[in-house]
Design a binder for this molecule. Sequence first.
Ligand code: ADP
Length: 399
Amino acid sequence: MKILIVNAGSSSLKYQLIDMENESTLAKGLVERIGIEGSKLTQTVNGQKFVIEEPMENHVVASKNMIDALTDSEHGVVSNMEDIGAVGHRVLHGGEKFTESVIINEKVIEAIKENIPLGPLHNPANLMGIMACKEVMPNTPMVAVFDTAFHQTMPPKAYLYGVPMDYYKRLHVRRYGFHGTSHRYVSARAAEFLGKDVKKLRIITCHLGNGSSICAVHNGECVDTSMGITPLEGLIMGTRSGSLDPAVLQFIMNNDGIDINEMLEILNKKSGLLGISGISSDMRDVDEAAENGNENALIAQQMLDMGVKKYIGAYAAAMGGVDVIVFTAGIGENGMELRERVMEDMEFLGAKIDIEKNKVKGKETDISAPDSKVKVLVIPTNEELVIARDTLDLVTKAK
Ligand code: ADP
């Protein structure tokens, strides 16, 4: 079966067509500037680019163009729409309703709507993607895969904030966690890679990209994670501040006379590596600036190193030890210097990397030193593949 993976943003739509016979990617595409002047679809097949530039006022038009591109007689990869067996949608926030992926029906659509207050930026966009595909492909089964689902196994002691219980009961205020699809994939893949049973391992997965989160996976289940009710909590990220004393907000807002929306915009978009370094939100630029002696870039780098180190220590303590540490996503897979700095002086935990083996980018590798008790691995993440596998599984079962 050929499965289409859709990740819809407010003005964008990313897609990938995967042939499940051999789990190969047939085509990848991106529609940008939906509803804005300059709409553009770019599809890549075997390194060859195909571009459609025309006004696309909404996600329905964008989805029609996606189907046109996929079935294009010259640049497409399937002869007609019926060749696409199912669609898997990435959905940000499943709240407490979804502990796993589900076939999309009216009830599921209602539940995703109900979760809009928890994911105000992403859920409406994800829904637009779902509704647009439903319109363009009314008979194709669709599955929703939630970024939060994997973390639903966390116990209350990990997911509750220390505020009156009423806020949880009434408003569902709690830690949800994100990047769940990635943490699920790399933890299972790490066990497979080591030839071990994931149900007998204590794994710490470090997903370090533009957005970063760390997850403690005990016997195959998430027991704690660094992101919270939104993806703002936890580590310092590309443009997000990560955790801070909430009183900082009041202090800045009172001083500068800004409101909470402006404050959150600063914490989400102007903080993190960008805010500290004053250079860029991109780790490569920060690394380069730090190397050239930029003091603030160096501090930004050190803050991320320290944050990752602290979460590894905390989660090892919470699980009574750690068997495997996994690095994944853009920085985790490619940032060998970061991995070296994070894993420095971790022998007390039984973890030591081999500097030579660590010289690797984007490739599944065991980078642990021979005498390291803890296995340290680089595992490239593959969220699209998980979405495709879940979709195939659910659609096959439903037949
Ligand atoms: P997203 O969260 O958007 O999926 P990615 O997982 O692609 O992001 O990660 C993007 C981050 O990875 C950027 O900060 C980028 O600088 C970083 N990155 C990519 N390649 C390297 C590299 N060779 N060394 C260090 N960081 C890298």
